[in-house]
Structures are given as C-alpha cells and as structure tokens.
Design a protein around this ligand. Structure first.
Ligand code: FDA
Length: 300
C-alpha cells in the first residue's frame, strides 16, 4: 500500500457509520437470516458453495455468548430445512473465548454437536494472535470428538508452519489457509507481502502434500495460481480442496476459478453487528477508502 493509501485507510475510522454502512453493503448479505438465505441461494444457483458467518466478536457476557450460539443453531436448522449448500464459520470470541475459555468450549461444543447431527461442517475462524493458542486447543479437543470441525491458519504468522506440521501429525485435519487480517507485531508476523505469499505457498504445499483438506482462501491471483499449480502437480481430486473468497470481492476471479473446474466457497457474513467486519474490509480496499474520504470532503 502506498503512503497516500495508507493515510486514507488510517482515516477510515473517522468516517460516519452510515457512510461505512453504505460502502460495506457489498460485503454483507444483510441484517436478517432471510437476507443471508437469499444470497446463499444465488451463490448455489451460480455453482458455488457458501459459509455463513453470524457477525459479532468479543462478547462481554455469558448471556451474549449463549445468544450467539442459539443464533448459530437457528442457522444450522435453516441450512438443513432449505437444503442450502453451505456450512458455518464461527469466531470463538463471540462465544466468550476471552471471558472464559472453558465456558466457550462448552457453548461452542453444543454448536458443533448440533451441526454434526445435521451433517453440517463448522469452520473456526482465526482471530488476532492473543487468541491463537486457545483457539487451536479448543479445535484439537473438539476434533478428537467430531469430524465436522475445521480450523484457519494465517500465513503471516511465523508460527504457522509449525502449527500446520503439528496439526497434520495429529491427523484428519481440515484447514482454511489465509494471509491473516489483524495488525500483528513484527516479532511474530511477517510484514513483507512477498514473504507472506512465499510462506502461504510453503504451508499450502505441506498441507496438500501431507493429506489435509484445504480451503485456499485468497483473492490474490498469484496465490490462486500457486494453488492451481499444486493441485495439478499433486494430481489431487476435487474432494481434497476448495478455493474460498469473501462476498463482494473480485467477481471476475470467481469466474476464473469456476471456469478452471475448481470448487469455490463464498464467505457470507450477515447480522446486526456489521460495523467491525466492515471496517476491516474497507481497510483492505484502499480504492474504497479513497472514495469514501473524497466524498466526505465534497460533502463538507
Ligand atoms: P490481498 O490482500 O493481497 O488481496 C488481493 C486482491 O484482492 C487485492 O489486490 C484486491 O484487488 C482484492 N481485495 C482483497 N480484499 C478486498 C476487499 N476487501 N475489497 C475489494 N477488493 C479486495 N483472515 C483472518 O485473519 N482470519 C480468518 O479466519 C479469515 N477468514 C477468511 C475467509 C475467507 C474465505 C477469505 C477469502 C479471507 C479470510 N480472511 C481471514 C482474510 C484474509 O486473511 C485476508 O486478509 C484477505 O483475504 C485479503 O488477502 P488476499 O489473500 O485476498 O490478498
């Protein structure tokens, strides 16, 4: 990101909430579950799978965490009753990870159990580095009990290659690999874009080579190319991997991946708590940051 874009992106938190809401509409299915169902139906009709995310993170009470778990159970019921080709993605801080990891494990276990009964897969999103150890521990514990749960690893973290190795050694692993979105200190995370891409490719190769299932989550065409290259070289069947993209990002790349005959899953967030997710998406997209702030000046 160049200096001007960096300044613009740093200015995004000053943007009034309704304007953030306007620009983030493309990244979010809507506030209600019905909105998400409509978007997933369109995605399925276009030959893609979906993963549903109920927006929200860092709950401040056990009641909020239980309410989030209940919402996820409603989502699971609707996926089954509407016969959607979809699974769910969950942030553990929404289920009180930071408040009480033991309680979080109990509440989240109920979600995974319910999903298991309905034959639906649950992906644990990975949050900032203060959550990594607990998130991996909860994943490993649940994975021993259930086969319908998977984890996310972030290529920008220096530890990721070791985490991937030890999870693979423990067997039956289902990963999503992404670059990572949170701001992390240099001591634990690569900052250089090329290094992050090289680490992404290194980790992806190990995962695919060693028999893990991988969701290759990126809009970076160079990494999509690396993914396609590895799949071809290792002669992998379609059941061993999928590409993943976020709702609202690069619809042309979607077509390219589908036209090449690969499976693609779209991450579909919905719900009332849209603000923090939207801010992260806008920060990733300097063009929109520029546009938002230019508009603000015009209005003034
Ligand atoms: P990069 O950031 O280099 O983007 C490549 C190109 O994509 C850009 O040039 C731009 O054209 C386009 N692009 C990217 N973001 C855009 C946006 N918001 N608007 C418009 N264009 C955009 N992270 C995490 O820490 N934990 C997690 O659990 C997840 N989960 C997750 C699931 C899925 C399905 C995806 C695709 C991504 C995540 N991420 C995530 C986010 C991920 O870590 C990363 O921040 C983003 O995917 C952006 O990285 P890219 O690999 O797309 O490359």
């Amino acid at each position: 990101m160049n200096v001007i874009n960096r300044v613009l992106v740093t200015g995004i938190p000053l943007v009034p909430k309704p304007i953030v809401g306007f620009f983030s509409r493309r990244y979010i299915a809507g506030k209600a579950l019905e909105d998400a169902v409509r978007v997933v139906r369109e995605i399925n009709r276009d030959g893609m799978m979906a993963t549903l995310d109920v927006l929200g993170e860092e709950t401040s009470s056990r009641e909020e965490a239980r309410a989030a778990a209940e919402t996820y159970k409603r989502v699971l019921a609707v996926i089954q009753s509407e016969k959607l080709d979809a699974n769910v993605s969950v942030k553990l801080t929404q289920m009180a990870l930071k408040l009480d990891p033991r309680f979080c494990r109990e509440v989240f276990r109920e979600v995974v159990r319910e999903a298991h009964q309905r034959g639906i897969f649950v992906r644990i999103d990975m949050e900032d580095s203060s959550c990594t150890d607990e998130t991996l521990a909860i994943y490993e514990e649940l994975r021993r009990e259930f086969d319908n749960v998977g984890i996310v690893l972030q290529a920008y973290l220096r530890r990721t290659v070791f985490d991937a190795d030890s999870l693979i050694q423990n067997g039956r692993t289902n990963f999503r690999l992404c670059k990572g979105i949170y701001v992390e200190p240099r001591l634990i995370a690569y900052g250089d874009k090329d290094l992050i891409n090289r680490n992404f490719t290194l980790v992806l190769e190990r995962m695919l080579h060693d028999g893990a299932y991988v969701g290759i989550a990126t809009h970076d065409e160079r990494l999509v190319w690396e993914g396609m290259r590895l799949v071809r070289e290792l002669n992998l069947p379609k059941e061993r991997y999928e590409f993943q993209m976020l709702l609202g990002v690069d619809t042309e790349l979607r077509k390219i991946i589908l036209a090449a005959g690969h499976r693609l899953r779209i991450y579909v967030p919905f719900g009332e708590k849209w603000y923090r997710y939207s801010m992260r998406r806008l920060r990733e997209n300097p063009q929109i940051g520029r546009y938002v702030i230019q508009n603000l000046f015009h209005r003034a």
